[in-house]
Design a protein. Sequence first.
Length: 186
Amino acid sequence: MDAVVHNVGIPNGAQLLVVNVVAPYLLTSLIQRPKRLIYLSSSMHRGGRASLAGMDWTGRTSTGCYSDSKLFVTTLAAAVARLWPEVYSNAVDPGWVPTNMGGPSTPDDPRLGHLTQEWLATSDDPEVLNSGSYWHHQRRQEPHPAVNDTRFQDLLLAELARATGTRLAGSCPRPISDSPRGNVRT
């Protein structure tokens, strides 16, 4: 495969973490590595909590919020970029576009909702040939500080591996901390 775009998300409910975080983690862990991975994030990831304490990755109970889930998937993209240097892995904020989830009166142009993902998946522009970035409308932006915290990345990967029974190749078999569900202050 040339590229995989993890383009799924739900705004709330018990399945929030399963759909927004566990599914992209498992797909990434189980497929043959593509040349490029693109994970859909949101500017709301900046309001997420860099804490894995109490998260239910099974979807039986509602834990975490949309912002938390987008912080986690953005962190996953950065972790993959670090661990798999031969793969271009990036996160994208598509903007607030008119979709079933965004609603009909959103301010962004609908074309902008997919333009950056297409560009990252297909372009040979030197700007695109990088990994570990967070993008919004074809421009790099600074993500939440926890995204690039390698300790938090390792904690998240270890927790997802524990919850799913599937380890991402190249990740540490155990978290690098006293507690696999610890908090990271940023």
